[in-house]
Structures are given as C-alpha cells and as structure tokens.
Design a protein around this ligand. Structure first.
Ligand code: LLP
Length: 430
C-alpha cells in the first residue's frame, strides 16, 4: 500500500491509494464510493486514526496519573466525542454548548471535563457545576468571584485552576498564539499566588490545579517545556505557602505537519511528553493535557467535486463544490492543506488556484498550487481537515453544511447528515 507521504514508520494520514488506477481510500473504504453514497462536499474521518493518536498520548504519559482532555472545539461531532470517551479521554470545553455535547455523547465523562474560556456566563457555570466537572480553568479575578458566587448559590464546591499566562512566545500564526502577556488569555503568572491565597479563604472554592495554554499549531516541544517550567515554579512556590495543587493542565497546541513531507506523530508526542515531564520533575500530582488538532486533524479529509476548470488570462482556477464556509482555514489563517485527486489521471501537474463558489476573493483553498490534473466532475480530497474544519463551518451564502462520515475498520457510517433547507429556514420568522 502506498502512503501519500511515503518512507516513514507511522503514516501520518489514513488516506491511501491502493494501486495506480484506484480511488483514494480512507482505511479500506473508497472515497469515490462515499461521495456517490453521501454526496459532496463530504467530511470523512478515520476513527482508527483518532483512536491511535489518543493512544500515543496515553502511552507517552503512562508513567504518571494523566488525563488526555480532548479539546472539543477542534471537532465536536458527537460520534467522535463518544469514541474518545470510550477510550478513557476527558474533554476540554469552552462553552456550555460544548458541555451539552459531552453530556449527550458520553454522560459518564462529565467528571473528566475541564472548562476553559475567557468569558463564562453564570448560566454556563451553573450547568458545569451541576454536571460535576473536574475543573474550571479560571481566566480572571472577576471570573473567580463569579464562580464563587455561583458555587455558593448552588451549594457545590467548585474545583478550579487558574489559567496563568506564562509570557512565553510560541512560533505560530498570530491569531492562534495565546501565551504572551499582551493576549487576552489567562492571568499574569505573577498575580497568581495572591489569587490562590484569596481563594483559599472561601469554602466554595477548591484550588485544584493550575493551567496554561500557549497557543495552537506549535511544532516544537521547546515552548511547551518553557511554559511548564514556569508553571512548575509556581506550583513549588504555592506548596511552600501551604497550597498543594493536585493537577497541572498543560493545555493543547501540539502541531502537525500540513505538508506532504515526513512526519512521525509518535516521535512528536514522545518529544512533547518528555518536555512536559522534564519540567514537572518532582511534581507528584496529575497531569492534564488538552490536545485537539493533533488527535483529529490528519484523520479527516474534505471531499469535494470539481465543478469547473476555468481559465482567466494566465491563471487557471479549479472551482470545487466545497467553499470557505466548509473549511475556512486557508482564508482565515493562510493555512496550507494538501489537495489530491481522489482518482489520479495521467498527465502533468498544472499550477492552479483551487477555489470555492462563494462570492469572495478570499474563498480559496490553494493559490498557485501545483496540482495533479483534474477535470470537471472529478473528486478531490483536501487533507488534514479533521480539525477546525466542520467545527468552523458556516452557512454563508446559504450553503448547506456538509455531511460527515466516520470510517471504522472496513466500515463507513454517516455521523451527520447533510443539512437541508428546512434546517436552515426553520428558526427564521418573517
Ligand atoms: N485548550 C485551549 C484552552 C485552547 O484554546 C485550544 C485551542 C486547545 C486546547 C486545543 O488546541 P490544539 O491542540 O487544537 O492546537 N482554529 C484554529 C485553531 C484555534 C485554536 C484555539 N484554541 C486553526 O484552525 O488553526
């Protein structure tokens, strides 16, 4: 079997061509067949790869009490949440809505939920307190006061962690970098001891842990280690003050390789885990991590049909039936996604722009990309679209959002049907 990224021990993607004339497959299932059965644009995910990635983190942290809390925002499909919960994952949520999803998919996992986010409402806090989540990651002094007030009202002790801002630079896109003092996230790490001391006076607040999240799509382990060292220093200082934290939450952010080169996920996870463990040497408590992208991005592809191949002067545009509303990452972050034909044609690659039908110049998936030859009617797969793809989709241009399919072993099943116009028009009043 030929992988799309050959010559490595552990293939980073579950999408393969079996032989020259055959269609691209997800595991054992042909994407051509899935497109015929469910239509396009279509999100296809490999359950096996998601489970494998979770296993990499769990194995790498097996030396201590650790919990992998999947960042629901990356892909909140109920079937994926259920799959992960069944394998022992916890969840990192950032809204009451995400908590409702976890409770719907895996109610037994409520006690494995950490709740992050800079703007929690009283109603959301109440929902989480009632559900008995593991920890609130508190992002400001005012939020800590609100949490205390709600806990008192509901007569439930709130376990909290302060999300500290370690002032560490992470080399990633500015929109998804979060660990500098100038960002809106977290509490200045220098202010944290005073807040923990203040909280210790309340019978409704339990100082359970400390959390940090420095950004997303961070390729090197180094900034994670640097942030964790600062957090470990804080934990030691608090212990000296008589505040013994039970858990450290290292956040998410480990990046993948969106390009076609070599990438060894197992080695990446091992390197990441080692950086955290080195920084946390001597800390006996629990380690939580919140990976999103690393678990689901490479497991997913967005399958689209080519509507037209259009020539405008010197430029060639491949127009697909998927658009920026289905996958906004290229438009929003200038993100790169590999694009491959589902069935390869003979002929030379062409330099093209791959675009969608939405009425915006920003509606593109690739610019000046060397693409294998495609014709109208062909299928293409946009790779590494499992994270922040469907989760960030919209109905812009009154486009129905794609269906989603999960491939498990040799079997594919629909996990979300394509939207209908009735779904869209239903809430409107006129
Ligand atoms: N924990 C917290 C508190 C977060 O804010 C995030 C992501 C994660 C965990 C998960 O990060 P990950 O492991 O997935 O990198 N839409 C952007 C990414 C936004 C990330 C926001 N926070 C993208 O498509 O690149």
């Amino acid at each position: 079997m030929r992988s799309l990224t050959p010559s490595q021990s552990s293939s980073p993607r579950p999408f393969h061509y079996l032989e020259a004339g055959a269609a691209l497959r997800c595991g054992k299932v042909s994407l051509e067949l899935l497109a015929r059965r469910y239509g396009t644009p279509l999100y296809v995910y490999s359950a096996d790869q998601i489970a494998e990635r979770l296993g990499l983190f769990q194995a790498a942290l097996a030396g201590r009490d650790a919990l992998v809390c999947y960042a629901v925002k990356a892909n909140s499909a109920l079937a994926i949440l259920k799959l992960l919960a069944g394998r022992g994952a916890g969840f990192d949520i950032v809204s009451g809505g995400e908590l409702e999803r976890v409770l719907a998919a895996a109610p037994e996992a409520a006690g494995r939920v950490v709740y992050s986010g800079v703007g929690k409402t009283a109603a959301e806090i109440d929902l989480a307190l009632t559900a008995g989540i593991l920890e609130f990651n508190v992002e400001s002094e005012a939020e800590l006061e609100l949490l205390e007030a709600r806990a008192k009202k509901l007569k439930r002790v709130a376990r909290f962690a302060l999300r500290v801002n370690p002032d560490v630079f992470a080399d990633t896109h500015p929109y998804i970098s979060t660990g500098l003092r100038e960002h809106k996230f977290g509490i200045d790490i220098r202010r944290a001891p005073a807040l923990y001391r203040k909280a210790s006076e309340s019978r409704w607040l339990e100082a359970h842990g400390v959390s940090v999240h420095i950004g997303s799509q961070i390729r090197s382990a180094e900034p994670f280690g640097a942030a964790m060292e600062r957090v470990a220093r804080l934990v030691r200082q608090l212990a000296r003050d008589g505040i013994a934290l039970k858990a450290v939450d290292a956040g998410g952010g480990l990046g993948i390789d969106y390009h076609a080169g070599k990438f060894d996920p197992a080695a990446k996870v091992a390197e990441y885990a080692a950086a955290l463990e080195t920084a946390l040497a001597g800390f006996e408590g629990r380690l939580l991590i919140e990976p999103g992208r690393f678990l689901v991005a490479q497991a997913g592809a967005l399958v689209a049909r080519v509507l037209q191949v259009k020539q405008n002067g010197k430029k060639t545009f491949v127009i697909t039936d998927a658009a920026m509303n289905d996958l906004i990452r290229p438009a929003l972050y200038q993100a790169h996604h590999e694009i491959v034909p589902v069935k390869r044609r003979a002929g030379r690659p062409r330099v093209v722009d791959v675009v969608g039908p939405v009425c915006e110049t920003g509606d593109f998936f690739a610019k000046d990309r060397k693409l294998a030859p495609v014709e109208p009617g062909d299928l293409v797969a946009l790779l590494d679209a499992g994270a922040y793809g469907m989760a960030q989709s919209s109905n812009y241009n009154t486009r129905l959002r794609p269906a989603e399919v999960l491939v498990e072993g040799g079997k594919a099943r629909l996990i979300r049907r394509r939207e209908t116009m009735a779904d869209l028009l239903g809430p409107e009043i006129f």
